[in-house]
Design a protein around this ligand. Structure first.
Ligand SMILES: Cc1ncc(COP(=O)(O)O)c(C=O)c1O
Length: 392
């Protein structure tokens, strides 16, 4: 019998249908997350194969489940932490302080003091105010100047919130750091989460090269380039295409191996580790005359729970059913709603599924990124339970 709260093992391929049957998901109130920790080591291998020069610092914000963080620490990943609690989590998982970058350009002073206590040496900055704050609270810290360089298309652009103007402000920030006796060790950027304009990485790496030159002129030991996140979750072909561009740019602009290259992937590692299994508890048929136009299902998780990724992360989720596939299985236009009374709680409006009934289960693959840490029990509907698995 599979157990919650521990890591269940399997041989060969994880049999989702078997798990769902054995756990008796039909009897559960809340939805079930099936987390396969083995996908993390596969993703780690994929990363190293395609971008051997770039060390991944997992962006903890993407999924802060302690077992995920521990698994990645065991694999040798570093960590991008945005807060005191994320730093604590990474340290508890076994990460060393030098394997953590405090990559939130706007840090509360108490979090900065915690970073100091824990010897977290590198911090991203993008304003003069943050540089003065670091001067006051943690002057021994090493600064990484984050500049803005966005992809033309991304699921979640970040440039309105973070990143200094590389042409107009980055040099001034470095001069300020110099005048305060602080140390700048490199630059960082984030092209936007879920980036689909891959040459953005090339533009950003070329810009970083110019900033490195300026930093070196000021006498800084420029030794860290952080290429941020933005890598796809489930599609490793797309990842390989990005890696090709990144490698080419690094060879062109940063051939010197003395410069350490890191990245802050979130989605890449965890998206495909989770499949969410939900139960239909209500159904409605929208008719146009005598014909059923759309079948609607109401399920036990929604946009206030795991599917917050539909609202905040602009994810397009996909759905699978558990009926035996056969050529005669008629499919209908389907809309899936979450369980709350809010009409915003809409998960998918253009799926095609067979005729399903109350009590039937449906599954959503690739649900590991920007889902779990943000889910709330709004309207009294519980967030999903998670079952962990690992191949032996
Ligand atoms: C500073 C920073 N680094 C890394 C990430 C992770 O990005 P992704 O999940 O696209 O790899 C984010 C996401 O918001 C971020 O803000």
């Amino acid at each position: 019998m599979y157990k919650f709260g521990e890591i269940n093992t399997y041989e060969g391929v994880l049999d989702l249908k078997g798990v769902v049957k054995e756990v008796d998901v039909e009897e559960m109130e809340e939805a079930l997350n099936i987390c396969d920790l083995s996908t993390l080591s596969q993703k780690y291998k994929t990363w190293i194969k395609h971008m051997p020069r770039v060390k991944p610092y997992y962006a903890v914000k993407c999924n802060d489940d302690a077992l995920i963080v521990k698994e990645l620490a065991d694999l040798g990943a570093g960590f991008d932490c945005a807060s005191k609690n994320e730093i604590k989590l990474a340290l508890e998982a076994g990460a060393k302080s030098e394997d953590i970058i405090f990559a939130n350009p706007c840090k509360p002073p108490s979090h900065l003091q915690y970073a100091k206590e824990k010897n977290i040496m590198a911090s991203t900055v993008d304003t003069e105010f943050e540089i003065y704050k670091i001067f006051e609270h943690y002057p021994e810290s090493n600064l990484v100047i984050r500049f803005r360089c966005e992809a033309k298309v991304a699921q979640c652009p970040l440039g309105d919130k973070f990143g200094c103007n590389a042409e107009e402000d980055a040099a001034a920030l470095m001069l300020l750091a110099k005048s305060l006796g602080l140390s700048v060790i490199g630059t960082s950027f984030h092209v936007g989460s879920g980036c689909s304009e891959y040459p953005a990485y090339n533009r950003a790496i070329a810009t970083a090269k110019n900033l490195f030159k300026f930093g070196e002129l000021l006498g800084f030991d420029m030794k860290l380039l952080d290429i941020g996140g933005g890598f796809p979750g489930a599609d490793d072909n797309k990842f390989a295409a990005i890696a090709e561009i990144v490698n080419m740019s690094l060879n062109k602009y940063f051939p010197d191996e003395k410069v350490e290259i890191i990245a802050e992937p979130g989605r890449f590692f965890v998206a495909s580790a989770y499949t969410l299994v939900c139960k239909i508890h209500a159904k409605r048929e929208v008719r146009a005359g005598k014909k059923v136009d759309v079948k609607m299902y109401y399920i036990n998780d929604g946009v206030y729970g795991s599917f917050n990724c539909v609202l905040y992360d602009h994810q397009e989720v996909t759905v699978e059913h558990f009926l035996e596939e056969d050529d005669n299985l008629k499919k209908f236009k389907t809309l899936i709603w979450g369980p709350t009374c809010d009409s915003l709680d809409k998960i998918i409006e253009d799926a095609y599924l067979p005729n399903l009934s109350c009590g039937d289960l449906i599954a959503f693959p690739n649900m590991g990124a920007y889902t779990v840490p943000i889910a709330s029990p709004f309207n009294g509907f519980m967030v999903p339970k998670t079952l962990y698995f690992k191949a032996i």
